[in-house]
Write a protein that binds this ligand. Structure first.
Ligand SMILES: [Zn+2]
Length: 281
């Protein structure tokens, strides 16, 4: 029954007037995986979560005849962002990859690099590239890192997370990976235009990120948190949830709502969640 509902869902999506942008924070457990579809039907996958759950999610949300993902972004090679991507690259025709190219000995990361090389996938290095044109209406601005980190060993891998801002039709979505407070401070100091319609909260709502000054600068209308049910880290941290509440920023969390879909249209945006019963006010 779920399969047939999904089938109807994506057929309607394909026949309906396309939205300006659709952003889905996938409920893949403790990690990040975000599927983005643009007005001109380009697809972007930002991170792949901690296992292959993402493959099933893509099957649910992409039409069965579409075996292409135009851009895969690996914000940083930690396993909760990387692990699902290797299966995705083997199952889908991936047009390009955006990554930092940092050095990391982990086997899954080595496999990822080998897969994109052996399949001839075009690789863009964040920092060397500052802006990617996704289609005629959609741009991905790369706010961090500010310079290429290829081959560098980074002690705090989160500190080298790609921070990207997607811009389409007057809307902006800030994608933060697991970027910590020091990256937020550096962006503010550099005067980066972080103000965004929707914020993907950094690091699953960890208290190592989402400082008040940064949240005020982003001033999102909606904050999205990706974290696993009963995760051992206690993400999201109560202090981050309180900070969002205190600033009047509504927040949704995948461990309570399931997949979160934000559809941006000419008149604004709408939000739906697969596990409605958990939807917070
Ligand atoms: Zn993470």
């Amino acid at each position: 029954m779920i399969v047939s509902l999904s089938f109807i869902g994506f057929v309607l999506w394909d026949l309906a007037q396309p939205a300006v942008l659709t952003v889905r924070v996938l409920d893949i457990g403790q990690g990040d995986s975000i599927l983005i579809q643009t007005a001109e039907r380009r697809s972007i996958l930002v991170d792949g979560g901690p296992d292959n759950t993402v493959v099933y999610k893509l099957g649910e949300y992409l039409p069965f005849y579409r075996r292409t993902i135009d851009l895969v972004v690996l914000t940083h090679p930690d396993s909760d962002h990387l692990m699902g991507l290797n299966e995705v690259i083997q199952r889908y025709q991936v047009g390009a990859v955006l990554l930092t190219g940092v050095s990391d000995d982990a086997g899954a990361y080595q496999s990822f690099l080998e897969l994109i090389a052996s399949r001839g996938v075009q690789a863009f290095v964040a920092g060397a590239v500052r802006e990617l044109t996704i289609d005629g209406q959609t741009t991905l601005m790369i706010l961090h890192p500010g310079q290429p980190l290829v081959g560098q060993t980074i002690e705090d891998s989160n500190g080298a997370s790609i921070v990207g801002q997607l811009r389409a039709g007057g809307f902006t979505v800030l994608l933060t990976g697991d970027a910590p407070l020091k990256v937020e401070a550096a962006l503010l100091k550099a005067g980066a235009d972080v103000q965004s319609t929707v914020l993907k909260v950094s690091h699953h709502g960890s208290r190592t990120a989402s400082g008040e000054a940064f949240l005020r600068a982003v001033s999102p209308q909606l904050a999205l948190i990706s974290s696993g049910r009963d995760n051992r880290y206690g993400h999201p941290h109560p202090s981050v949830v309180e900070r969002l509440t205190g600033l009047g920023i509504p927040a949704l969390n995948t461990q309570q709502t399931g997949d979160i879909t934000v559809r941006f249209g000419p008149a604004g945006f709408s939000v739906t969640a697969s596990g409605i019963e958990g939807l917070e006010k």
